[in-house]
Design a protein around this ligand. Structure first.
Ligand code: SF4
Length: 504
């Protein structure tokens, strides 16, 4: 197999690192540790609040050699208005240094998200994924900004030993892991080859965990090396058990330094674990590791999905208002893949995409299609089938045109408004849409019926078709209400053919 080009994310990442000298980097590592205490340690925050005029006495015991005044906008709410405005941060050089770093990291995340698109190799995937991205943004608003819509996640174990109460994808109990035997390694490399062939550059956004923790598979680094070898990108690792096997964790961190292209992440489950992680790793060692702080003292919220949602329901039923407030449940999802979910132990592959948690999709992602595989050929056939039959490109005459369940559509003046708990979108009632807007709101009619209605009311069917297409492209339609792609017959050769067929 040929070695693909270095990924755009890796190039960006190296540029960001190269642009800072070791002294600046060391300073950033210490600011980062300060920020971790601020985010995850309630007592530290209280102590800082109690010393507004002499914060140095609170910061010095951290042993980070940081000037409290130079950091002030990072912790003093009175100065928070200057955050992210680099030209206003000159008086606080450490805060400026930090916000410059964050801007670069957000840029890196955007590069990874852009990597998930490869119009040349797989235009069907790229347009399907783009529509899912618009839908998720409309479903959960700003919480969608951090979702990269990666093209693949792989489970190299079955279940998870960690058992977090807030697990947004409700990971099952651990059942075992995939050892790196010659047979498993050969299948893994073939799976990666097929994935790369079908997804092209978009394959560089994949990663190797889902409802599993990397630390549960002692061979995880060997699988990562194959990934880098075949895909040309070292994927991100997130673990909630960084301390379980320090040798394994350090090996993963060393790989990041060797081939790195993305920040790794440690989930932190308790304040005690934060202390232990800080004791085990120096600030410099953790510079390229994001701590995702989930402990109750943390300022971070919890996505209202999976097991977290189950707990929220229990708290609501018990009337525990204070605990509900403290957990800070937020509408969202922790799913970040619009693409393949590959389970290497049971040999199953699914096409998935994030969605707002619901009774239908309690884990915050939708399963669009799934298949079992036994070898490389059946895996390749499965993912080609996903591409050809489940990444919708069109709406067809007998598809039911219904607005998504979470949206309350309404005609307001000369606009069609789509409102849910998180967002409001509106479309002008242009020619073609105006004539069929009441039926679109009703959501009971097929695409063909709507075009006929448009014609009966004197509208141009091509304009009506374009309006409906806009709803589809923006992810406002309930895709599950559309007929299965295989049931629609061959795709019309052009949009003109589609409109004509409906009008006959
Ligand atoms: S959040 Fe991650 S580590 Fe925790 S139970 Fe779920 S999969 Fe396992």
């Amino acid at each position: 197999m040929s070695h693909p080009e270095t990924s755009p994310a890796a190039r960006y990442y190296r540029e960001v690192l190269k642009g800072r000298d070791p002294e600046t980097f060391a300073k950033l590592a210490r600011i980062k540790r300060f920020m971790e205490r601020l985010c995850g340690d309630l007592q530290f925050r209280l102590d800082l609040a109690a010393h507004p005029y002499d914060p140095q006495v609170v910061i010095d015991p951290l042993g980070l050699d940081l000037d409290a005044e130079a950091l002030r906008p990072l912790y003093d709410l009175r100065y928070a208005k200057h955050r992210r405005k680099l030209d206003e941060l000159e008086p606080w050089p450490l805060a400026k240094l930090w916000d410059e770093w964050l801007a670069d990291m957000i840029g890196h995340r955007d590069v990874i998200a852009a990597t998930g698109k490869d119009l040349e190799t797989n235009p069907a995937y790229s347009s399907w994924r783009a529509r899912q991205m618009r839908r998720v943004k409309s479903e959960i608003g700003r919480a969608s900004d951090g979702i990269v819509h990666a093209s693949m996640a792989v489970e190299l174990s079955e279940g998870c030993t960690v058992g977090c109460w807030f697990c947004g994808i409700s990971a099952d109990r651990f059942k075992g892991y995939l050892p790196y035997t010659p047979e498993n390694a050969a299948l893994w490399r073939d799976v990666l080859g097929a994935y790369r062939d079908v997804f092209g550059q978009a394959s560089q956004s994949g990663f190797c965990y889902w409802a599993t923790d990397p630390s549960d598979n002692p061979d995880y680094p060997r699988y990562l090396r194959d990934f880098h070898d075949i895909i040309g990108h070292l994927p991100q690792t997130t673990t909630a058990a960084a301390l379980k096997n320090l040798d394994l964790t350090r090996e993963i961190l060393a790989m990041e330094r060797e081939m790195g292209s993305v920040v790794n992440r440690f989930s932190v489950l308790t304040k005690k674990q934060l202390d232990q992680i800080h004791a085990a790793f120096t600030p410099d060692e953790l510079m390229m590791v994001e701590l995702v702080q989930q402990q109750k003292e943390s300022l971070n919220g919890i996505s209202d999905t999976g097991r977290a949602h189950e707990r929220k329901v229990r708290l609501e039923e018990a009337g525990k208002i204070a605990e509900l407030a403290r957990e800070n449940f937020q509408i969202g999802t922790i799913a970040c893949v619009s693409g393949l979910l590959v389970q290497m132990v049971p040999k199953r592959v699914q096409l998935v995409t994030p969605t707002r948690m619901s009774a239908r999709w309690p884990k915050g992602y939708r399963v669009v299609a799934e298949a079992d595989f036994t070898d490389a050929a059946t895996f390749r056939a499965a993912i080609e089938g996903f591409r050809d039959h489940h990444m919708r490109q069109q709406i067809y005459a007998h598809d039911r045109v219904a607005i998504r369940w979470d949206i309350e559509p309404a005609i307001e003046g000369d606009q069609l408004v789509f409102r849910n708990e998180m967002t409001t979108q509106s479309l002008d009632l242009v020619d073609g849409l105006r004539e069929i807007a009441p039926e679109v709101v009703e959501g009971r009619h097929t695409f063909g019926e709507l075009l006929q209605t448009a014609i009966q009311r004197g509208a141009n069917p091509f304009e009506a078709q374009a309006a409906l297409r806009m709803l589809f492209d923006n992810g406002l339609l309930d895709e599950e209400a559309l007929a299965p792609a295989g049931a629609t017959g061959p795709a019309p050769t052009s949009s003109v053919a589609m409109a004509s067929a409906a009008a006959e």
